[in-house]
Design a protein around this ligand. Structure first.
Ligand SMILES: CC(=O)CC(=O)SCCNC(=O)CCNC(=O)[C@H](O)C(C)(C)COP(=O)(O)OP(=O)(O)OC[C@H]1O[C@@H](n2cnc3c(N)ncnc32)[C@H](O)[C@@H]1OP(=O)(O)O
Ligand SMILES: NC(=O)C1=CN([C@@H]2O[C@H](COP(=O)(O)OP(=O)(O)OC[C@H]3O[C@@H](n4cnc5c(N)ncnc54)[C@H](OP(=O)(O)O)[C@@H]3O)[C@@H](O)[C@H]2O)C=CC1
Length: 283
């Protein structure tokens, strides 16, 4: 199936990144958020990154203008009626995602594919909210989307081969590398990454080392580009907690219990870079 028109739901850090990459790759993109200010912030962020690419001579001024011309803000999910692919990137919460999929299923044309950028939630369960479970799939981009090469593609129990092949091809058109994974909690990426981040938080909680020193050990000792606590702040501590909860509940294994310090920070509204404070402070 040919994809020309894409809708991205959720204009946060992931949704904006996905919209940017799709528009840069030639797709017409509608970027939707329930919050007007979040939508504008998402579009402003894309403009800023494209301007930086022009400054760095990775993009011409004309290419920037063409890319922005392919990007349209959307204030209603009804706009899904004109799209071939809808990529959901709202908060990592099953109730919220279920409601979005249920509604978008009523507006999207029959042929459209519904994809979720979920970090950990079951695609099979999300698909069951719709009348087209064979056309629902996980399309898990990595943060920051314009930079990271991987897209994990998650097949739900009922995802058809045609849906999978269309999304695999689209991923290549976005200049990303697709990797197929089964529908298990946390898939591959977050089943491995998030327990490491959670353990780094326990290390701070138990007073073994400061956040800065934990990060230094992993950066200098293991050559990680960012220490785990900087990365947790970058991902968003709310998202980290949601993912740990999905792993904990999904596997029923206490080794995935979220660190109490992570819970406390999220309760305090310390969500990391996006809220200005997490393990570090951001101005
Ligand atoms: C939670 C999930 O479900 C799954 C996930 O996504 S887990 C998170 C996965 N991501 C990671 O692990 C990221 C780890 N960190 C890194 O790879 C690197 O630190 C990084 C690429 C983010 C930044 O690289 P760096 O060399 O440390 O910093 P920096 O020199 O500022 O950036 C390099 C380039 O990346 C780009 N970049 C950096 N941050 C960016 C952002 N937030 N958005 C877009 N582009 C960005 C810039 O283009 C920059 O190049 P220029 O300065 O020439 O424009
Ligand atoms: N952060 C990361 O590193 C990664 C995250 N992901 C996944 O991507 C998804 C989004 O994460 P991220 O971008 O970080 O989160 P953000 O908090 O940055 O953005 C989420 C956006 O979605 C909006 N939103 C929430 N509910 C709705 C709704 N019902 N309809 C429309 N918009 C809505 C939010 O608006 P409001 O502020 O009003 O609630 C916000 O603007 C999550 O599923 C996450 O797990 C995947 C890979 C990496």
């Amino acid at each position: 199936m040919a994809i020309n028109n894409v809708m991205v739901i959720g204009a946060g850090q992931m949704g904006a990144g996905i919209a940017q990459v799709c528009a840069q790759s030639g797709f017409n993109v509608l970027l939707h958020d329930r919050d007007k200010n979040a939508l504008q912030a998402g579009i402003n962020g894309i403009e800023k990154l494209l301007a930086r690419n022009v400054e760095k001579k990775r993009l011409t001024k004309e290419e920037k203008a063409t890319t922005l011309g392919r990007l349209t803000p959307s204030h209603t999910l009804e706009d899904a009626a004109t799209c071939d692919l809808i990529i959901e990137a709202v908060v990592e919460n099953m109730d919220v995602k279920s409601a979005v999929f249920k509604e978008v299923d009523t507006h999207a044309p029959k042929h459209a594919i519904l994809a979720s950028n979920t970090s950990s939630l079951p695609i099979t369960e999300i698909a069951a909210e719709t009348k087209r479970p064979d056309q629902v799939i996980g399309m898990h981009f990595m943060n920051p989307v314009p930079v990271m090469k991987l897209v994990e593609i998650i097949r739900g129990l009922q995802t058809s081969d045609e849906t999978y092949e269309t999304i695999q091809m689209m991923t290549v058109q976005l200049s990303k590398t697709p990797v197929e994974v089964k529908d298990f909690p946390g898939f591959v990426s977050n089943r491995i990454l998030m327990p490491m981040i959670n353990e780094a938080i326990y290390t701070v909680y138990e007073g073994v080392a400061t956040p800065k020193d934990v990060d230094q050990v992993m950066k200098l000792g293991m050559n990680h580009p960012m220490g785990p606590l900087t990365l947790a702040d970058f991902i968003g501590l709310d998202t980290c907690l949601y993912i740990m909860e999905v792993l904990h509940e999904g596997f029923g294994d206490s080794k995935y219990r979220p660190c109490p310090l992570l819970r406390q920070y999220v309760k305090a509204g310390w969500l990391g870079k996006k809220s200005g404070k997490g393990f570090y402070e951001y101005s």
